[in-house]
Every structure is written in structure tokens, then in C-alpha cells.
Design a protein around this ligand. Sequence first.
Ligand code: PMP
Length: 422
Amino acid sequence: GELPPETQALVKRRQQSFGPTSVLFHEKPLHVVSADGVWLQEADGSRYLDVYNNVPSVGHCNPRVAQAVSRQIATLNVHTRYLYDIVHDYADRLLATFPEGLDKIAFTCTGSESNDVALRLATIATGKRGFVVTDNAYHGNTTAVAEVSPSSRPGKPLSPHVRVVPAPIGGAEVGAKLEADVKAAIASLEKDGHGFAGFLVDTIFSSDGVAADPAGFLKGAVDATHAAGGLFIADEVQPGFGRTGAGMWGFQRHGVLPDVVTMGKPMGNGIPIGGVVSRLDLMQGFADSVGYFNTFGGNPVASAAGLAVLAEIEERGLVANAADVGGYMMARLGALMQRHEAVGAVRGAGLYLGVEFVSDRDAMTPAPEIASHIINALRDRHILIGAAGRYGNVLKIRPPLIFGRDHADLLVETLDASLTQL
Ligand code: PMP
């Protein structure tokens, strides 16, 4: 059907203000006015199940976060060069979730900023410029980070100091393959005189189309990184804060120890806060070389949000919920493969799942047209979902962590019905 006139007017206003930087979701954009838990609501009162948004990970308009933020903003909110308690209550609790040695944090406001800092830490520590990333990675929008984000520059040549490796998707051999690919990429950087500063990956490989198994497959590539003198940077913007259901951090599923960990998105449940966690020696080199100040990063309100999010994850057992509901949903999605030829693979961990659409299951021919059809069909049936992967053919399932089995049932049954009608 047609968009309501108020929605059309808003699309026009948006075009007028933002011009070419206006990016909207869905063929028929959604005009949302409120949200609650796993539901988003439009002006006419219709509700949409949110299977897309990993930022409100403890639920849209989470009452504890709302209250902590409102209290703090009515009490004190300043730039970050004063002493105030709440940032320490938060930093201590957050750092306690990391392995020994990873005990220093710098707060930022976004994932992009966090990765920008991480690149500088690695460049300073190694004295080298070269980075290895996966071939459809997204790590953010600053000039330096965009250079290591091939997904945001499709068809354009990579910067000279960047090498890509294929996403580790498919089969038991992915670990050995990734290790060999990373070694070759490092050799190429060294041959061309850039040297090797680090290997940067999103540990759930979200924009690459979700890669999770077998757990541990990162080990060889990380060892190769260290053997070559580079840093391993774990981008936890997507998998972090319990999403994979196997602990707080995605790297933990792989039994590896990063040199630098970056985070953002779900950290403040929508209040902008990000962070970079690393060791003293690396932070020292960085501070000595360039210094660091971030006006808003970790300010009292951002800290209040972050602290409330951690409390919710821990007290409500949301890591266990991600494992339980994610496992249940994965099994139900897997069963769809018997009924629908278009479903070529189902993979993921916890509440980060990917459903890969293909036009030929034997050849695994990517079918982005099916993914985009399904996204819009689900939107018509009031479920919000997106796609990822090099070919845009992988349905990306990453709802708020409070998602329940009943929500999973609704998603799987609606997806089943939409696939039947293909
Ligand atoms: N890293 C990853 C893996 C991401 O998915 C994103 C955002 N999609 C970023 C970094 C950048 O985060 P932000 O948009 O907060 O700058």
C-alpha cells in the first residue's frame, strides 16, 4: 500500500535537510514514535517486532537505563576532565569482565572512534602501517577506519597499506585457511614496504555475513599475527556485551587474547558511548605519542547508561538468555532448510544468527534478491530485519538480548510463511 501522507511528508523533509546522506531502511520507511522492549511502534499504534537492532540490547526504553540517565542528567553532566565517581564505578565493573592484563580503558562516543584509536595504538606500538581485515568488513566512518572498511567502498581499490582476507565461512577447515590467508597478507604488506601493524576483525564477522564456527577458528590467525609482531584487535561492536551467548565478548569463543578490544553500539543502550580496552604498555605508547582527550566519552550520563546496561545484562542473565533463545531459534531456522530450497545455510552464535539465501543450493549461488524480498515481506508482516554479507544475501538476526522463545517462534513462523509465498 501507499505510505500515509505524514510519512511521505517526513521523507521529503529528510531529503531536504540531509540530501544524499539520508539513508533509510526498507522500501517503505518506518515512521516510529515509541518503543518498548522488543517492539517498535508507529504513529497509528501498529507494533513491529525488532529483530534488527542490537543497540537497545537490554530492551528499547529499558526502565533502569532511562531512570539512571534521567537522574544523572539532572544531577551532573560535565566534560571528562573532572573527577567524578560514576565513571569509575562503571570502568571497574566493565574491566572486571576482561581477561587479566586488559586493564586499561579509554572511553569514546562511537565504534568508529574506538577503532580509530585502536589503529593508532597499533601503528604507534609497531612503528608499521599495514593492516589486515576481512574482505567485506565494516569498522566505521573516520578517514583512517574507512580505509580498513572494504564494505563501505564497494568496487573501489583498497588503500595501499590494507590487505583483505576472505571471511572465514564454511567448513571445519576455516581456521587453517584463515591462518594461511593472514600469513600471505602479512607477507604481502612486508614485501611492499608497509610492514604489519595489526589484524583487525569483528569476532562475529557480521558485515561479512556472520561466521561463528567452529569456535576457536581465530586461534591460528591470531598466533600468526603475534608471530609477525602485529597486534590483534578484536572489534566487539557487534558481538560484545553478551550477544554470542558465550560470555561477554566474542573473542572468548575463540580462546584468543586480543591486544586491543573496541566496543560501542549496545554499550549505552542508545546513549552514545564506546570504548577501547588494552594493556598499559600500549596505552602508554599511545598517550606519550599523541595524547588523548575525548570531551564526551565516558561523561557522567554516558557512564550511568553503561553501568545500568551492565547491571541489566548481569542481573537478568541476558548472556544465558542469548545462548538459550539463540540456540532454540537456530534449531528452528535449521529446520526451514528442509522446507525451503532458498535457505542455503544457517549459522551464528547466541542472538547473532545469519540465514543465507541461495538460488542454487549445490553451487551456493548467492540470492540477494530473495533476501531483499524477504526483508520487505517481513516488514509488511510487522517484523524488522536486515541483511549482510558480501552479496547482501544473508539475513541478519540480532534482536535485543531480551528476545524470548515466543518472539523467536513468531519470527521463524513468519519467515516460513514468507518463504512459502516466494
Ligand atoms: N565496528 C563494527 C563491527 C560495526 O558494525 C560498526 C557499526 N555498524 C562500527 C564498528 C562503527 O560503529 P559506529 O557506527 O558507532 O561508529
